[in-house]
Design a protein around this ligand. Structure first.
Ligand code: MN
Ligand code: MN
Length: 293
């Protein structure tokens, strides 16, 4: 399978997971079961009253970041901060508290790096890492890490967030190279959990109702991703856990898209995804991978 096809599947997977999960965001698993049985369709709704196939900040911030990378020809913190600021001005359907606070700070100071805070360990930087993974594909590890931190620190300057972001970036890049699920487990997910026990996802209880805390988010994503065998099952498993379901869906969709490729994405989901968003994701995926060459 071509790298560019996996890249496109990762981007579409991110958007589909976001749209699928947003319907049940902030719901408990038992509430989801009572209302939907198993939630497995892009029907919109949810607390944001979305149209079917509509995405949220996870996808739109990724696209804003991707645009800034393509305009600069590289990952640039100031350009990313400017793009996020423009995105915030346009009144997005949702926005995280840490993102808002630190973008307002950027408006005042012009400094595209949030002050360090152990409290800014939300998943807001991790949900939008994909454009960095694609644009830096094939670059030396240090350069990839620096680019990951540059984008993340615009809003989340925190060691836990950094570790999550970098792990996801390297997982996507290895999946683009054709690595299998076991490689991703042993080379990235387990080392992250070894370094930070907060990220342990094995021999701990299933993460139901995962919060926006980045370790909680990744725990749910990893449990779903490593314990299922295809794109559809992975996304259904993770969003039906409820909680921050649009973001667990987006991150799981990105990983599953990169691993399984475009053939595995259900036609029904692809057709339902907002057409403008789908076009932008597919276009950016190809352009960002092209940039990395
Ligand atoms: Mn969202
Ligand atoms: Mn969310």
């Amino acid at each position: 399978m071509r790298t560019a096809d996996r890249a496109a599947a990762a981007y579409l997977g991110l958007a589909i997971g976001d749209a699928l999960g947003a319907t049940v965001e902030f719901m408990l698993p038992q509430e989801i079961a009572a209302r939907h049985g198993v939630h497995d369709k892009l029907i919109g709704g949810g607390w944001l009253h979305l149209k079917p196939g509509q995405v949220t900040d996870d996808t739109t911030m990724s696209l804003a970041l991707g645009d800034s990378i393509l305009a600069q020809g590289k990952v640039d913190a100031l350009a990313a901060a400017g793009a996020f600021d423009t995105w915030m001005h346009a009144k997005p359907v949702d926005i995280g508290n840490t993102v808002r606070r630190n973008l307002l700070q950027f408006r005042k100071t012009g400094i595209p790096e949030a002050p360090y805070s152990d409290h800014d360990a939300g998943n807001g930087a991790a949900m939008r890492v994909l454009p960095v993974a694609l644009a830096t594909f094939g670059q030396p590890e240090d350069a990839v890490r620096a680019a990951s931190r540059a984008q993340a620190h615009v809003t989340h300057n925190c060691v836990m967030s950094d570790a999550a972001c970098e792990t996801l970036v390297f997982m996507v890049q290895d999946a683009l190279r054709g690595a299998g699920k076991n490689d991703l487990l042993h080379d990235h997910a387990h080392p992250l959990a070894a370094r930070f026990p907060e990220f342990r996802f094995r021999a701990v209880k299933p993460s139901r109702n995962p919060s926006g805390y980045v370790a909680d988010t990744l725990k749910a994503v990893f449990q779903s991703f490593f314990d299922t065998d295809d794109f559809r099952d992975c996304l259904i498993d993770v969003v039906n856990r409820g909680g921050d379901a649009d973001t667990t869906g987006a991150i799981a969709g990105m990983l599953a898209g990169a691993l399984y490729g475009p053939e595995e994405i259900p036609e029904a989901w692809l057709k339902r995804l907002d057409t403008v968003t789908a076009g932008a994701c597919a276009m950016q995926a190809r352009a960002l991978i092209q940039l990395s060459k």
